[in-house]
Design a protein around this ligand. Structure first.
Ligand code: TNX
Length: 522
């Protein structure tokens, strides 16, 4: 007997004041379903659970990683010890994490959360599901839980059950490391930020005309010459990830059930590579380094063999340090490559990705090459039909939806936004939220859609503060399109839950855009 969230959350229609009212002794401040992204099923009960100084976190050894992260998240604000134990002492109030035999319906990422007076349990088939359940639980505690110092609050959670399963398996975020370099610490903070919303991949754009941002041992000048100081847009910033740093980021992400997807953009967007290795141009002459934001002027030399030696070396080295299934080979805006050369290039390069055990992922232009039917295309176009994409999809190509006029987090919110670009239009929160990845593009049925990704290009974004301001609050909109059922899509419900979330970002020190479309709780 399952009722839909939209029905149960007539709470969307509940006055906001009620959702964000200060905690009362017997009255949890937060409704069970007030979570981003919206859970699949919410069954409230009239009990509550209160976290107190006696609460323990119970988890099997295999789920220790998730349990430790939960304890770490809850300790600073509560000041409680919250020991992580294999088995809770009889009668002790516990938050229990359990894996295995949670039911086929939950898949590999779903979870079931039960909140009773005596304790909370999160059940899943795999640790990824437990992790997602933990993110839900964090949102069900008062916003003060995100404070870094001890708070006096009533740590009460509304009783009932949540059963939650994602709509799509692919829910991605993206960071452009090339236009402005973002440090490992900033990338990790972004991973923390996005994983709260059950985002499960982070695509890193590691090379472009301005700079090259990942160590490649067989072509060392890439980073030596094009990864240094001053290689960011306007000559500001620069830097690159060593392989050790990249692997550390991969591990950090994996602990949060986020898969890293590396991108090397080609055959366009390669000026930085050609500055370092002039033999990668057709005439062998080194171009000038460029720190402006033009696109579409550079191309690898399609007829030269050394081009493919370069590409294969880079793919091999990247594949070796990337445990995830995808390797992104760019392919966008290759305006300096003829259409015939473009197809020739992709016909050689797409199979190379496979040779090193990875699935090729590329911007939607790759669909012009027949080999793309075995690849994944990232749909960034603002058009709702594209003949090349539809034809490739009919032959088996899969798609991730990132329409630039809805999902690009680097577009300005409105004309007054200081940061960002506007070539795909202004994107207010409702524009980011009100579309359906399963029906947006003709000829791309939901069965061909792996999920969604929210690109964040950094021509204008220098540091994590800039990144967070553009990502929030739009990233949760894209996360909800990826996670929540299409039947639960409801702007009023979303905006109520988003408004209630604001104080959490305040506690986390995230400078978010206070969209006038949302009634922000204070
Ligand atoms: C287009 S979107 C690009 C990028 C820019 C971005 C800025 C895409 C595949 N290519 O080179 O950074 O616009 O929004």
């Amino acid at each position: 007997m399952y009722r839909r969230l939209s029905v149960l959350l007539a709470g969307a229609a509940l006055p906001l004041a009620l959702i964000s009212a200060p905690a009362q002794a017997s009255h949890p401040a937060i409704q069970l379903g007030s979570v981003l992204p919206a859970p699949t099923e919410v069954h409230p009960s009239n009990t509550t659970f209160r976290l107190d100084s006696h609460t323990v976190i119970e988890a099997p050894r295999s789920a220790r990683n998730v349990a430790d992260q939960l304890a770490k998240a809850l300790r600073p604000a509560t000041g409680y010890r919250l020991p992580v134990v294999d088995r809770a002492p009889h009668g002790a109030p516990a938050i229990s994490l359990e894996t295995g035999h949670a039911g086929a319906r939950l898949g590999s990422e779903g979870y079931q959360l039960d909140v009773r007076k005596s304790g909370v349990s999160i059940r899943a088939n795999a640790n990824a599901g437990l992790f997602h359940g933990v993110q839900t639980l964090r949102q069900l505690l008062p916003a003060a839980i995100d404070a870094s110092r001890r708070q006096h609050a009533d740590w009460t959670v509304a009783g009932g059950q949540i059963v939650d399963v994602p709509r799509f398996g692919f829910r991605g975020a993206f960071l452009d490391e090339a236009r402005h370099f973002h440090t490992p610490g900033e990338i990790k903070r972004y991973i923390d930020d996005i994983s709260r919303f059950k985002i499960n991949s982070l695509h890193l754009h590691l090379a472009d005309d301005q700079g090259w941002r990942i160590q490649i041992d067989s072509w060392p000048k890439l980073t030596k010459i094009s990864g240094g100081a001053g290689t960011g847009v306007d000559g500001v910033g620069g830097g690159y990830l060593t392989k050790a740093q990249y692997k550390d980021i991969v591990r950090y992400a994996a602990d949060r059930y986020v898969t890293i997807i590396p991108e090397i953009d080609m055959p366009g967007h390669v000026n930085a590579a050609q500055v370092a290795y002039p033999e990668l141009t057709c005439d062998g002459v080194a171009p000038e380094p460029r720190t402006d934001t033009d696109v579409g002027y550079s191309s690898l030399c399609i007829g030269k063999e050394i081009t493919y030696k370069f590409v294969e070396d880079v793919i091999r080295e990247l594949a070796a340090i990337t445990p995830g299934p995808y390797l992104h080979i760019g392919g966008d805006e290759a305006h300096a490559t003829t259409p015939a050369d473009y197809v020739t290039f992709q016909q050689r390069v797409l199979p190379l990705v496979k040779k090193y055990g990875k699935t090729a992922y590329g911007w939607n232009e790759i669909s012009r090459a027949p080999a793309a039917t075995k690849a994944v295309a990232q749909y960034w176009s603002t058009d709702t039909s594209n003949a090349d994409v539809a034809a490739a999809v009919a032959n088996g190509m899969k798609v991730v939806m990132s329409p630039a006029n809805k999902a690009y987090l680097d577009m300005k919110y409105d004309r007054n936004t200081v940061l960002g670009l506007s070539w795909a239009g202004f994107i207010e929160v409702r524009t980011a939220y009100d579309w359906d990845p399963g029906t947006l593009v003709t000829g791309v049925p939901e069965s061909a859609v792996l999920g969604v990704e929210a690109p964040l290009w950094s021509e204008t974004l220098r540091d994590i503060g800039d990144i967070e301001f553009m990502a929030f609050p739009r990233l949760p909109a894209i996360a909800e399109l990826g996670w929540s059922s299409a039947d639960d899509h409801d702007w009023e419900s979303f905006r109520a839950r988003l408004g209630a979330y604001g104080p959490r970002w305040v506690q986390q020190g995230v400078d978010f855009y206070r969209s006038p479309q949302i009634d922000w709780a204070s």
